[in-house]
Write a protein that binds this ligand. Structure first.
Ligand SMILES: Cc1ncc(C[n+]2csc(CCOP(=O)(O)OP(=O)(O)O)c2C)c(N)n1
Ligand code: SF4
Ligand SMILES: [Mg+2]
Length: 314
C-alpha cells in the first residue's frame, strides 16, 4: 500500500490546497522538467482523468521506464515503479497478471516504449494485455542528450544525426493498431482536455489502450532544430494538427513540421489476454476450472452465460 493517504493534502494551515494533491506527490515539487517541456501537461491530464474516474487509488498502479518521461512514476501518488529502460511494459504485464484487480497504467517516452522497448510494445498489443499505455512522444531521447529515436521525423536534426535524420520513423498509432491494440488515440500537449478524456475512456476500457501525446522537448529537439520555445510548439500544433476521429491509421505518419492527424482512431472490443486464457482453460477443463482474475460478480455472470449457451445448444 502506498504510504501517502489517498486524500492527503500536504498543505500547511492557511495555505491553499493543491488541487492535484491526492493524485500527485505535491511534496516532491518542483519537478525536474525544463521550462516549456510538455511532460507536465500530460501528467496534469492524467491526474485529472484519475480524479474524474472514481477509481480506488489503492487499485491503480503506474509503471514507467527510464527517461525524462520515466520520472513521472516518482510524482504520482500511487503505487508506482520506475522500472528499467524499455521494460515498463513487461513490468506492467507482470503486475497485471499477478494482481488482475489493478488498473495498470504505463507512462513512458517514445524511445523507451518503441526503441529499446519496441518488442514488448508490439507483443503486449498483440496479446491485448489489459493496460493503459501513454506515450509522451517528443521525437527524441530527451534525458540522454537528444539522440534520434524511432519516431524522429525524417530530416529532423538530432545529436546523432547532425546533418538530418535519413531514416523513416514509426507512426505509433499505426504500429499499435497493426499489432492489435483495442484503443488508439493521438493528441498533443496542447489538447489537454482531449488527453484527459482519452485517458478516462482508456481507464474504463478493458484491453490494450494506447494514447500518444506529441509534446515539445524544448531543451534538445526544439533547440537543435531551431524551432523556438514551448509556445512556438503549441502554435505549430494549433496550425497543423488535424482532427480526424476514426482515421485509417495508415494515414497517421508525421513529416518534419508538417500537418498531422489527431483524434481517436481505434476503439474496438476483443477478449483481453486473461479473457483468452480463461476461455481456453474453461473449455479444456470444464467446471473444475477456477476463472483467474475475475471478480465474483464477473465469474457468476460468465458461468450463467456459459450455462445458458449450453442449454441453448443442447
Ligand atoms: C539499458 C539502457 N540503455 C540506455 C540507457 C540510457 N537512456 C536513459 S533514458 C534514455 C532515453 C529516453 O528517451 P525517451 O524514452 O524518449 O524519454 P524522454 O527522455 O524523451 O522523455 C536512454 C537511451 C539506459 N538507462 N539503459
Ligand atoms: S530535456 Fe527535453 S524532455 Fe527532458 S525535461 Fe527537458 S524539455 Fe523535457
Ligand atoms: Mg522522448
Amino acid at each position: 500500500m502506498n504510504d501517502n493517504a489517498q486524500n492527503s493534502t500536504h498543505s500547511s494551515p492557511g495555505e491553499a490546497e493543491n488541487p492535484m494533491s491526492g493524485v500527485l506527490r505535491v511534496e516532491r515539487m518542483p519537478h525536474i522538467w525544463c521550462p516549456g517541456c510538455g511532460i507536465g501537461s500530460v501528467v496534469t491530464s492524467f491526474a485529472e482523468a484519475i480524479k474524474r474516474s472514481n477509481l480506488n487509488h489503492d487499485k491503480v498502479a503506474v509503471v514507467s521506464g527510464i527517461g525524462c518521461t520515466g520520472r513521472v512514476a516518482g510524482y504520482v501518488n500511487f503505487d508506482s515503479i520506475h522500472s528499467t529502460h524499455g521494460r515498463a511494459i513487461p513490468v506492467a504485464t507482470g503486475l497485471k497478471l499477478a494482481n488482475p484487480d489493478l488498473t495498470v497504467v504505463v507512462v513512458s517516452g517514445d524511445g523507451d516504449l518503441t526503441g529499446i522497448g519496441g518488442n514488448h510494445f508490439i507483443h503486449a498489443a498483440r496479446r491485448n494485455m489489459d493496460l493503459v499505455v501513454i506515450c509522451v512522444n517528443n521525437f527524441t531521447y530527451g534525458m540522454t542528450g537528444g539522440q534520434v529515436t524511432p519516431t524522429t521525423p525524417t530530416n529532423a536534426n538530432a545529436s546523432t544525426t547532425p546533418y538530418g535524420n535519413y531514416e523513416y520513423p514509426f507512426s505509433l498509432p499505426f504500429l499499435a493498431d497493426a499489432a492489435g491494440a483495442t484503443y488508439v488515440a493521438r493528441w498533443t500537449s496542447l489538447h489537454s482536455r482531449n488527453v484527459t478524456q482519452s485517458i478516462e475512456e482508456a481507464l474504463q476500457k478493458r484491453g490494450f489502450s494506447f494514447i500518444e501525446v506529441i509534446t515539445p522537448c524544448t531543451t534538445l529537439y526544439l533547440r537543435r532544430n531551431r524551432l523556438g520555445d514551448g509556445v512556438d510548439s503549441l502554435q505549430y500544433y494549433t496550425d497543423n494538427a488535424i482532427l480526424k476521429h476514426g482515421a485509417d491509421t495508415r494515414e497517421t505518419s508525421i513529416d518534419f513540421q508538417g500537418k498531422f492527424l489527431i483524434g481517436k482512431f481505434v476503439d474496438r472490443q476483443k477478449p483481453t489476454y486473461l479473457d483468452a486464457v480463461n476461455q481456453r482453460y474453461a473449455k479444456l477443463i470444464g467446471d473444475d476450472y477456477q476463472l483467474y482474475g475475475k471478480t465474483e460478480p464477473e465469474k457468476k455472470a460468465e458461468q450463467e452465460q456459459a450455462a445458458q449457451q449450453e442449454a441453448g445448444g443442447a
